[in-house]
Design a protein around this ligand. Structure first.
Ligand code: ASP
Length: 303
């Protein structure tokens, strides 16, 4: 049994807010990422490679808030965060506030595999990307017209979701491979109009990203400050491991009790040791997909 789930962010996405054409574009983008990850699992590849490939695909798609098409800081730049974790040895790698690394998830993976560290930020992370020979691009490469319009809208006091749905749109993936290894990956441009140097939950191991073999793998999306304060992804894993909760109960408790009590909203995808996938959110919608070796394949946006 192997399976993979992905998300492309949670937010104010309702049926009325997306045109048919726009919805098709999102579905195509999600399907491409889901199938890229699944193809690796199908060939007997690792969950780590599968989640990296799925997130890499979404980073390159300008519709989603990661890599190209990232949300912009208040000074109009793209500043990116990403993390990856594997559940067998609990190895993890993450980067935050990078402005020139074309695929931040690949750099997070290098941090995990080639450095002695877990989290590198800013210029130090970019120096490491240079040493590793990863593609670097001018910041303008990430910035799309839509994200500029969203930033303008936020600056003038109109929340971005009024203008374009999915003002958030972080991406993530969780998977289990045929060896039973779990992995999680998350990548984001953060929140529109954030301060320079602001780091969200995605690259914080245990907040937006976590994986532990025999338990579960989790990738979160939503208002990062709340996910950090709840140590969200680890909270879910700990509830499964130590309190005997089902994955569904653990995700529900986190989103609809813990996070809600603080005033936060968002969504989570998670997968347990038997390959069971849970996707849940407290927003209007969440871009998401799931596929497993029993033949099931699903792409969803709305509730
Ligand atoms: N969680 C991300 C952050 O706060 C944003 C998102 O998921 O939309 O950086």
């Amino acid at each position: 049994m192997y399976s993979i789930a992905i998300h492309g962010g949670a937010g104010a996405v309702s049926r009325q807010s997306l045109s048919a054409e726009r919805e098709r574009q999102y579905r195509d983008g999600l399907a491409a990422a889901l199938d890229a990850g699944y193809a690796i699992l199908e060939k007997g590849g690792s969950s780590l490679d599968a989640v990296t490939a799925a997130v890499h695909t979404l980073e390159d798609d300008p519709l989603f808030n990661s890599g190209r098409g990232a949300a912009l800081t208040c000074d109009g730049a793209a500043e990116l965060d990403a993390a990856v974790m594997e559940g067998r040895q609990l190895r993890a790698g993450a980067v935050a506030a990078v402005r020139h690394v074309r695929n931040p998830i690949e750099l997070a993976r290098r941090v995990m595999e080639k450095s002695r560290h877990v989290l590198l930020v800013g210029s130090g992370a970019e120096e490491f990307a240079l040493e590793e020979g990863l593609p670097l691009v001018p910041n303008a490469w990430f910035r799309t017209e839509e994200r500029r319009a969203q930033l303008e809208s936020e600056r003038s006091g109109r929340p971005v979701s009024d203008l374009i749905p999915s003002s958030q749109g972080t991406v993530g993936a969780v998977a289990i491979d045929s060896a039973g290894d779990l992995a999680a990956a998350t990548s984001t441009g953060g929140m529109t109009n954030k301060r320079q140097g602001r780091v969200g939950d995605s690259p914080i191991i245990g907040a937006g990203t976590y994986a532990k073999n025999g338990v579960c793998a989790v990738s979160a999306t939503g208002h990062g400050e709340y996910f950090i304060r709840c140590v969200a992804a680890h909270h879910i894993c700990a509830a499964v491991e130590h309190r005997g909760c089902s994955l569904q109960e653990a995700v529900h408790e986190l989103l609809h009790e813990k996070l809600r009590e603080l005033g936060g909203t968002g969504g989570v995808i998670a997968i347990d040791r038997s390959g069971r996938i849970v996707s849940d959110f407290s927003t209007e919608g969440m871009f998401r997909g799931a596929r497993d070796s029993s033949g099931s394949r699903q792409i969803d946006i709305y509730r």
